[in-house]
Design a protein around this ligand. Structure first.
Ligand code: ADP
Length: 452
């Protein structure tokens, strides 16, 4: 069964049952009230009759008094002490009222006469002759039965009328609930069949859970599409970048094939080029692997480390390999709680860039703030043009391909640095002026938040 039909059916049924129960309760309450009124009336009449009888002389005709007190549509019967009928007077001409199916309530007895309820009361009374008798007054409840019949029609009518808006609202409810689900299913089907990232169309501005579900779905699709586009771009960039060194290697190999190995100058040039391109490819593949693995894989390994020592350990290999001056200015007492390996990797990328893109002095300074420790890596190189600054953290982005080709750059270093910084909860900013130099600022949290 469709969800819409289920909602429709169950809500209508439930409301119908509630309505019918309410109507039944109303019916019985009304019946009880009208029977009580009839009972009170009979009781009053019997009191008056008892009083009138008490003033009657023994010789008087008691049936005249009894007749004067007969309830409309009723009967009065006097029973002697053995329960035998002494006299009976009744108002319904031609038919004797003898209730059947008697049901004794607290104060009165209910019976039926010709399909209509009757109500009887028994009251002790002193007969004019002095003996104690029982006065039994019975009334056929024609009026109450009529009223109850009218009430039944009214209640049935109200139930039928009330069902119309209930049915309409349950249809509307079914539509409200199932429409977003249908839209969602449609969008997913289109996505599956066409291989696109279909979003839910129409208004999704509502504040309810269904609108929220639609918005979340659209956001998820947007994110998936963005990730897919990024991945596609990454793969095409990576293959393009790997193709370049391969082309260089291939062309030098063909050159050697054509010209043979006799020309020493050509051989040297070819070997140098092949070696350098192979190294570049190796670096690139290593960095690609680092990116593919991401920083998500390894859990953070947090310990308290001395910032100065940490910078030293990142700078030492560069000093030794390239014989460059790297000055470090940091208080030896300053420590932070962080992942030592990640910070070292981040600093190494920034220091290596400073080395690659400058010839002068490289300096590292540390400044402490309330919650962060700021490390500034400063060089006096060519700088980065302002227009390129927003893109330098993008994968494969290089300011000047010719320049980086010479330095062996791949355009991946800073994007890895950014990922590592994010993992450490650190902020990475850059300031640069052409021909003056570049400064990278790393704001490391003094105490890393483990949930990151
Ligand atoms: P690469 O491997 O090419 O160095 P990066 O992602 O590390 O890739 O850097 C991206 C670009 O930013 C580089 O191509 C370079 O032009 C520029 N760049 C990075 N650091 C510096 C710096 N310290 N001085 C000048 N330019 C820099």
């Amino acid at each position: 069964m469709k969800l819409k039909t289920k909602i429709h059916l169950y809500s209508t049924l439930l409301m119908f049952v509630i309505l019918v129960l309410a109507m039944i309760v109303i019916y019985f309450l009304f019946q009880r009230m009208s029977y009580n009124t009839e009972y009170e009336e009979l009781l009053n009449q019997s009191n008056e009759l008892t009083q009138a009888m008490s003033q009657l002389s023994p010789e008087a005709d008691s049936s005249v008094i009894l007749r004067a007190f007969i309830p409309s549509n009723g009967v009065i019967e006097i029973l002697d002490e053995y329960g035998e009928s002494m006299t009976t007077v009744q108002s319904l001409a031609g038919s004797k009222i003898t209730p059947t199916d008697k049901k004794v309530e607290d104060e009165y007895t209910l019976g039926t006469f010709d399909g209509t309820d009757t109500l009887s009361i028994n009251v002790p009374m002193i007969w004019p002759t002095g003996e104690v008798v029982t006065l039994q007054m019975t009334k056929v409840l024609f009026d109450a039965a009529n009223n109850l019949r009218v009430l039944t029609f009214v209640l049935a009518g109200v139930t039928i009328f009330a069902m119309i808006p209930i049915i309409l609202s349950s249809v509307a409810l079914g539509r409200i609930v199932t429409q977003p689900i249908e839209k969602l299913t449609h969008a997913m089907n289109v996505s599956r069949q066409s291989g696109t990232y279909e979003k839910i169309r129409g208004t999704v501005n509502g504040k309810d859970e269904l609108a929220q579900m639609e918005r979340t779905f659209n956001e998820m699709m947007e994110q998936l599409e963005e990730n897919f586009t990024k991945q596609k771009e990454f793969v095409s960039n990576a293959s393009h970048e790997l193709k370049t060194p391969l082309t260089v290697i291939e062309s030098y190999s063909r050159l050697l094939e054509r010209r043979g190995v006799d020309n020493q100058a050509v051989v040297d040039e070819a070997l140098t080029a092949v070696l350098s391109e192979t190294n570049r490819m190796k670096d690139m593949i290593e960095q690609l692997l680092a990116l593919a693995k991401g920083t998500e894989g390894r859990p953070l390994n947090i310990s308290r480390v001395h910032v100065g020592k940490l910078i030293e350990s990142a700078a030492t290999p560069l000093r030794q390999a390239y014989e460059r001056d790297i000055s470090i200015e940091a208080d030896s007492e300053w420590t932070i709680e962080t992942d030592e390996e990640y910070v070292k990797q981040l600093l190494f990328i920034l220091l290596d860039n400073a080395r690659k893109y400058s010839d002068g002095n490289i300096s590292v300074s540390v400044h402490t703030h309330e919650t962060t420790m700021e490390i500034i890596i400063k060089d006096e190189g060519k700088g980065i043009p302002e227009a390129d600054l927003p893109h330098i953290f993008d994968r494969f982005y290089r300011v000047d391909s010719a320049r980086t080709r010479k330095t062996g750059g791949t355009g991946l270093g800073l994007s890895i640095a950014k990922e590592v910084a994010d993992r450490l909860g650190a902020t990475l900013t850059v300031e640069s002026s052409i021909d003056i130099g570049t400064q990278f600022h790393v704001f490391l949290p003094k105490k890393i938040n483990v949930s990151q």
